[in-house]
Design a protein around this ligand. Structure first.
Ligand SMILES: C[S@@+](CC[C@H](N)C(=O)[O-])C[C@H]1O[C@@H](n2cnc3c(N)ncnc32)[C@H](O)[C@@H]1O
Length: 456
């Protein structure tokens, strides 16, 4: 059935921006029909060109900003917007922090939990150059092996050397590695023909340790001239303690493949968090904003209310960062993660820090939780830090059955947080303190927060 829409593709019209979506796009409405517009801020009056219409909403591009928001700041340039590296960079930082606070509050209000208090977001003094990890695609651009970022919603590589939100030492390393790969005529990955060698360069750098890991992700098992390439990388970048070839032969958007060959140095780098040392391997998760992570973890520790006598479960433990920090204030900690390298690192990290009251299992959190419940483990506190999709319902069921006094929920996605809080609510848990957002991802719309739930 043909639907009459209030706007048509190609139309240019004047609108006022009312709001920002969770992705940081401006929202205007024509007869209640929303148009989502990049690089448009609330209260701005703009001329928008409609680029796409669907039954329920449209997308548009800014043609001209007629009235500029007082909160608009000088962005770094078009490429940064087009690639989505820093989609909120045009919004004053203090407003970004408010935006994140309000996003969480609004999502709770939508499910009629208006009484949930959300505190102002804890931000950074310098909200740029914070990322300790980069994964940049490598493609052939104008006949040359090139590094950069994909244009949004495409696989068109835009060459970039200054990534703005990454540690500048990492930006420098990417250019150095790119030039060495060019010098030895390595070929860039071609997705369309599934040919060429180098798919991605990944760099990790310890914030305190300055140890650097370079991961060269290849489509092929063989990396031509590997010896000289590695020698030159080590000579040019003295901080490098680990060079790894990761082999990913699949036709996939997943960045890392299953095979990691250490080409030089160690398989891990070390870094510190809250005074503990952690070994981190290529496939393991490690928080990307170390300065904010310390604030986040400290909050989680405080909210857990540990006195030294508690049993704690840290589900989605990664390399054991939260588990081991909490183990210093608890009787026993159990951690679980689904990635084998992360659990190897977690066990190694317990030894490294002389911590003997933390036990790690390799499993899915939902299965481990069910087993621990069967084994009669009675945690006082359950800490969860799941990926964006949030918690599995079976996990929540087992957690509630175990009856911990507190659940500390570290969330990187407010939508799934809200859903999971409701599910905990159905099983006798309520929010016990104001939710605290911590800005782990300045210049982007991503929102991290800590929520504490207590048994009714
Ligand atoms: C957001 S990270 C948190 C890691 C850790 N807490 C930290 O702060 O470094 C989420 C972790 O969940 C793990 N993960 C994803 N799905 C899982 C599952 N079903 N069961 C257990 N762990 C899972 C990932 O490997 C990753 O280490």
């Amino acid at each position: 059935m043909k639907v009459d829409l209030p706007v048509y593709k190609g139309e240019v019209l004047d609108v006022t921006i009312m709001d920002l979506t969770y992705q940081g796009m401006g929202v205007a409405k024509v007869d209640n029909y929303p148009i989502f517009i990049e690089n448009a801020l609330p209260e701005e009056k703009i001329s928008v060109k409609v680029t796409k219409t669907t039954k329920n909403f449209a997308f548009g591009d800014v043609e001209k900003i007629q009235q500029v928001s007082p909160h608009r700041v000088n962005p770094k340039g078009r490429v940064y917007r087009q690639t989505g590296i820093a989609p909120l960079q045009h919004l004053e930082y203090s407003e970004q922090l408010k935006f994140k606070q309000h996003q969480i509050a609004e999502l709770f209000a939508k499910i009629h939990m208006d009484d949930v208090e959300v505190l102002p977001t804890i931000g950074m003094a310098n909200p740029t150059q914070y990322r300790n990890k980069a994964q940049v695609p490598v493609r052939q651009v104008q006949g040359k092996l090139t590094t950069g970022f994909f244009k949004k919603n495409s696989h068109q590589l835009m060459p970039i050397e200054d990534y703005y939100i990454q540690d500048p030492a990492i930006d420098h390393a990417i250019v150095v590695v790119r030039d060495i790969l060019r010098k030895y005529h390595e070929t860039a990955f071609d997705e369309f023909h599934h040919s060429g060698t180098i798919r991605t360069i990944m760099v990790r750098r310890g914030y305190y340790s300055h140890e650097m890991m370079i991961v060269i992700v290849t489509r092929t098992k063989h990396l031509p001239m590997a010896d000289v390439v590695v020698q030159e990388i080590q000579a040019a970048l003295p901080e490098v303690v680990s060079v790894i070839q990761n082999v990913n032969q699949k036709r996939t958007n997943v960045i890392l493949g299953p095979v990691n060959n250490v080409l030089a140095g160690k398989s891990t780098i070390n870094d510190q968090l809250l005074g503990l040392t952690f070994a981190i391997s290529a496939p393991s998760f490690y928080q990307i904003n170390p300065q904010q992570t310390e604030k986040l973890y400290q909050l989680a520790i405080d909210q857990a209310g540990l006195t030294g006598n508690e049993t704690v479960i840290d589900a989605y433990s990664g390399i054991g960062t939260i588990s081991l920090t909490m183990a210093q204030h608890a009787k026993q900690v159990y951690g679980v993660d689904i990635v084998p390298a992360a659990i190897d690192n977690a066990r190694q990290n317990a030894d490294k820090n002389g911590i003997t009251n933390a036990k790690f299992v390799l499993d899915s959190a939902e299965k481990a939780m069910a087993k621990w419940a069967e084994d009669g483990i009675k945690p006082d506190v359950v800490v969860v830090d799941p990926p964006r999709k949030g918690l599995d319902e079976a996990f929540i069921e087992s957690a509630a059955q175990m009856g911990p006094k507190r659940v500390v929920y570290i969330s990187c996605n407010p939508s799934t947080l809200v859903r999971d809080v409701q599910r905990f609510g159905e099983r006798g848990y309520h929010i016990a303190a104001p939710i605290q957002p911590v800005d782990q991802f300045p210049q982007t719309p991503h929102i991290e927060s800590v929520t504490v739930l207590e048994k009714d």
